[in-house]
Design a protein around this ligand. Structure first.
Ligand code: 9D3
Length: 224
């Protein structure tokens, strides 16, 4: 999969995509991630990417002509990619959406930074996504959230140990996972449940299922 990200703050993405699983996924060729600076498509000599809103009011608005030029070029470099605009007005992101995105040939993610987009850009994107009902300073972190959640679903990216197919929120499951323990066997008077040390795998499996059910019921009844 090829992922193109359009932003005014390309540096924000560096630490995330050069570490850990994201780094390995790129090195192994499962995904190619390219960060692009929207300012590269600015037309005038002042490299202007935003302007004052018609009708007045605070803040600036990202220019449709600059955005459109960038989108056209990125589309050419990432053919058949789905174009996603990160905006507080978008559809709320979910595991289901991440599974759909992971099936795409490519993604183009467009992040604004504490300003709106000129309304007319909406006609040139495939989908608008929000990551939830809280106010952020820009679409960069939402873009990272989408990349992270999509890349780990690509075949081969995760080892068998923490395979995406056994995830809490993946299709057909409504589980949050069970309580886990490691050494020491006792900490601050709190003991590891005996069943986990019994060696009886059938019994352990049964206990884990019960605990999972109980916890989901208590904490996230909406998932059942
Ligand atoms: C006054 C109107 N505000 C829109 C609700 C202005 C505004 C606030 C924050 C415009 C942009 C932003 C920056 N946020 C994002 O670009 C964003 C976002 C978010 O803030 N929360 C959850 N998901 C997303 S996706 C992009």
């Amino acid at each position: 999969m090829k992922i193109s990200i359009l932003t005014l703050f390309p540096e924000m993405f560096e630490s995330i995509f050069t570490q850990s699983i994201m780094k390995r996924a790129q090195k192994s060729g499962f995904v190619e991630i390219k960060i692009h600076n929207l300012r590269d498509w600015a037309i005038d000599k002042h490299k202007m990417v935003d302007d004052r809103p018609f009708g007045g009011g605070p803040g600036m608005v990202l220019k449709v002509d600059v955005l459109h030029a960038a989108i056209l070029d990125l589309k050419e470099q990432n053919s058949d990619a789905k174009i996603i605009l990160l905006t507080p007005q978008g559809e709320k992101y979910s595991q289901q959406r991440s599974e759909q995105f992971s099936q795409e040939k490519g993604l183009i993610l467009i992040a604004g930074h504490y300003e709106g987009f000129d309304e007319r850009i909406r006609d040139y994107v495939d989908q608008e996504i929000s990551i939830g009902d809280y106010v952020l300073t820009g679409g960069e972190i939402p873009a990272m959230v989408i990349v992270d959640s999509v890349v780990r679903l690509l075949p081969g990216v995760l080892g068998d140990e923490n395979s995406a197919s056994t995830d809490s929120f993946s299709a057909g499951s409504d589980k949050l996972g069970c309580p886990q323990y490691t050494r020491p066997e006792e900490f601050d008077g709190k003991k590891v449940p005996d069943v986990l040390k019994s060696g009886d795998h059938a019994k352990i499996e049964k206990w884990r299922e019960e605990q999972t059910k109980k916890r989901t019921q208590q904490r996230r009844p909406d998932l059942i």
